[in-house]
Design a protein around this ligand. Structure first.
Ligand SMILES: Nc1ncnc2c1ncn2[C@@H]1O[C@H](COP(=O)(O)OP(=O)(O)OP(=O)(O)O)[C@@H](O)[C@H]1O
Length: 278
């Protein structure tokens, strides 16, 4: 069993989770196993990234935590309550594609979680508007409140998505390649904005990424998964002092050392795929 729980009183606890999808005959087989005996605890205000080979089971782990699917074995807990059903009241999500509502303005998109969530039900419409405006200004979009998603660039849309993710103030954010669809320059900018906001608000974050530099720039710990079915191969503390500037990281020996370790772990996990294809 991979048992990694370095924290006490975690906000997120994943306990001995194994997940099988059904194969075309409706059976659970080794080939349909996506997650293998994963245990991980995440402390309040901690930022943890998951990296691993493509198709290993990272998104499946996030989906289990979000309550979109149920584990075959083991349990997932948020604030000590077992995850059962979709956790949209307790957890905010952010994906590579922004999923903005095209018929709503930027402001109305950010106000959306305030209208439907538990937090929202406590706010009147003027307070919702104030909160949404303030979040848009924090992500550098003050002035774009009345534009529609179709009028915005990819980077702007992803900033709106970030503001919307933060709007519900759920304190836990699950992110799946959140900056993956952005060009390299915009990506660095939006990462930097998110890092600043995270340092001020300190939500608990679990992020899946393929970008090792992004993982090092943003995380407290990085979890490396094996090839499918995803098990935990290693966990690294980043330990580089904050605030971190993505553009300055390459000048730090600690960055290169960690990058090399992560890459070596990943490369070993890619080997079985190579064997399969030869
Ligand atoms: N609903 C499903 N039914 C059957 N198999 C699935 C389903 N969803 C995912 N899988 C399979 O489970 C495995 C893990 O998928 P998952 O999306 O979790 O991987 P990932 O590590 O996030 O991949 P990537 O890095 O490429 O996004 C893959 O082999 C995928 O084909």
């Amino acid at each position: 069993m991979t048992n990694i729980s370095s924290t006490t009183d975690p906000r997120i606890r994943i306990e001995s989770v194994t997940h099988f999808f059904e194969d075309p005959d409706g059976n659970h087989t080794e080939a349909s196993k996506a997650v293998n005996d994963v245990s991980l605890s995440i402390a309040p205000g901690e930022f943890v990234s998951i990296i691993g080979p493509s198709g290993c089971g990272k998104t499946t782990l996030l989906n289990l935590l979000a309550g979109f699917i149920e584990p075959t074995e083991g349990g997932l807990f948020i604030d000590d309550t077992k995850v059962s059903g979709v956790q949209s009241d307790r957890v905010a999500f952010m994906f590579a594609r922004d999923n903005l509502l095209p018929w709503r303005t930027t402001l109305a998109n950010v106000m959306f979680p305030l209208e439907v969530g538990r937090t929202g039900s406590r706010l009147n419409s003027s307070a919702r508007k104030d909160r949404a405006e303030s979040l848009l200004s924090r992500v550098g979009l003050g002035g774009a409140e009345h534009k529609y998603p179709s009028e915005l660039s990819h980077g702007m849309r992803q900033r709106v998505s970030l503001a919307r993710t933060l709007a519900g103030n759920r304190g836990i954010i699950l992110m799946d390649e959140p900056f993956g669809a952005l060009d390299a320059q915009t990506r660095v900018q939006v990462q930097g904005e998110f890092a600043k906001i995270w340092e001020q608000d300190r939500p608990t974050v679990l992020m899946v990424t393929h970008d090792l530099t992004e993982a090092i720039a943003l995380s407290d710990r990085i979890v490396v998964m094996t090839h499918r079915p995803a098990a935990i191969k290693a966990i690294y503390e980043v330990g580089i002092p904050r605030p971190r500037d993505v553009l300055d990281l390459p000048s730090l020996p600690a960055f290169h050392e960690l990058y090399a370790k992560l890459w070596a772990d990943l490369r070993n996990e890619l080997e079985p795929e190579k064997e399969l294809s030869t």
